[in-house]
Design a protein around this ligand. Structure first.
Ligand code: AMP
Ligand code: GLY
Length: 420
């Protein structure tokens, strides 16, 4: 089979790594890819937000199956265009991708599905939103409705912070994404992520993970795209997982189907768990990054069979073969991230690292220059290892981190601390 993966991050490197191990994969193309991906797949220079260009490319290259990595092309209808052209595609329609692209829409679906989530109100008018914040008090959570690259959520510990967030959002800081604002009850508890394949009708949980959103050790400093992750997430015990599937995921998938906009792809449920009960924080309509890296390391080649069956509507006949193990990934980022950072610093020592089913450095923002790997983004490497215990996985991952010679980079030293 000829397979095309869209994206260029650590998530797509991990997907490509898993897909490549499956004997059904003949030719693997990743667009646009990165320096690490180019070591195992063909990389193609393609504008992945341009649906027509993606369809033409897939037709010209006799692509049998497309896997869409990030949310932006999904929200822009790239999966719709591919399916309309008769090309098998993993990833939701633009309508179903609203579960990530509109926080107000997700709340509407939760109401219809009776899925437990934070209490909320939606506003398009600043003075009404201001009154609401003053009445509710703090802590309170202010969210831009649309996609804002992970920056559109302000967890305000004071009323002043919440009002400042409203100033920013209604002042146009987030563009069209902030034209509507959702204000939510602040939920306490422990966060974890649940990843569920959905073929429109059937659902299959493929793993749990915990991310580390803050840039600094001990969960301090500004929010990032994620500084490290591990799987499984112990807080998502079998009982909590079943409750989340029964009360949140299945009713959501049923409601989407009932509306004539079935969800096909991976539904990533961000959950807040307290007293053994999960409530929905948010949905994403794609694999998490870096959560995907630990999921792929644990699933290996079967990940492709699961994703392929999902796209073909055959999930009902699939089972996940769980290894009783743990995986952990440490994100190495360019000094300065998530603020301004320099590009172009050289990374040495990658060739000497082990590369097998339990050790892998997935590349995110890297490029190749004169035969060397250089940093070309904020989050740059995902140093990933698997172990029989989480502590083993962590020790293996940090041993690899310590063997990488990259003076321009940094990482958190405490990935996994919550579970350990
Ligand atoms: P989101 O982009 O919706 O994932 O929000 C980013 C982060 O903000 C989440 O991962 C949570 O840590 C936090 N957050 C969002 N909504 C709430 C809420 N209602 N209560 C507490 N924390 C929240
Ligand atoms: N790591 C968080 C996300 O992918 O949204």
């Amino acid at each position: 089979m000829n397979i095309l993966i869209l994206g260029s991050g650590g998530r797509e490197h991990a997907l490509a790594w898993a897909v490549k191990q499956n004997p059904k994969c003949d030719r693997l193309i990743v667009a646009p890819g990165n320096a690490g991906i180019s070591m195992l797949a063909e990389c193609a220079d393609l504008e992945i937000m341009d649906a027509a260009a993606v369809v033409t490319f897939a037709e010209e290259n006799a692509v049998d199956f497309v896997i869409v990595g990030p949310e932006a092309p999904l929200a822009a209808g790239v999966a719709d265009a591919l399916r309309a052209a008769g090309i098998l595609t993993f990833g939701p329609s633009a309508e179903a991708a609203r579960l990530e692209a509109s926080k107000g829409f997700t709340k509407e679906i939760c109401d219809a599905a009776k899925a437990p989530t934070a209490g909320y109100a939606r506003f398009t008018d600043k003075s009404a939103a201001t009154d609401y914040v003053r009445i509710q008090g703090a802590p309170i959570v202010v969210k831009a409705d649309g996609l804002a690259a992970g920056k559109g959520v302000i967890v305000a510990m004071t009323v002043e912070e919440a009002l400042a967030a409203l100033d920013d959002m209604f002042g146009g800081e987030f563009g069209a994404a902030g034209a509507e604002v959702v204000i939510e009850e602040f939920m306490e508890g422990e966060e974890a992520s649940l990843f569920v394949l959905c073929d429109g009708t059937n659902v299959l949980a493929v793993g749990t993970a915990q991310d580390h959103k803050r840039v600094g050790d001990g969960d301090t400093g500004p929010n990032t795209g994620g500084m490290g992750a591990y799987s499984p997430a112990p807080v998502l015990s079998d009982a909590v997982l079943e409750q989340a599937m029964d009360q949140i995921v299945r009713p959501t998938v049923a409601e989407m189907a009932r509306r004539g906009t079935p969800f096909q792809g991976v539904l990533y449920a961000g959950l807040m768990i307290r007293d053994g009960q999960a409530r929905l924080v948010e949905y994403n309509v794609r694999f998490g990054d870096p959560e995907c890296q630990v999921l792929m390391m644990r699933l290996g080649a079967q990940a492709f069979d699961l994703i392929h069956a999902c796209a073909e509507g055959r999930l009902g006949e699939m089972k996940v073969n769980w290894a009783d193990d743990h995986a952990l990934t440490v994100v190495m980022a360019a000094e300065g991230y998530p603020g301004a950072y320099a590009k172009g610093s050289q990374i040495r020592g990658l060739e000497e690292l082990p590369e097998d089913s339990s050790h892998m450095v997935f590349h995110a923002g890297t490029a190749e220059r004169d035969g060397s790997v250089i940093a070309s983004g904020g989050r740059v490497l995902n140093v990933t290892a698997r172990g029989t215990t989480l502590a083993d996985a962590r020790d293996e991952a940090y041993a690899m981190v310590d063997a990488i010679d990259w003076p321009g980079g940094f990482c958190r030293r405490d990935i996994g601390w919550r579970a350990l």
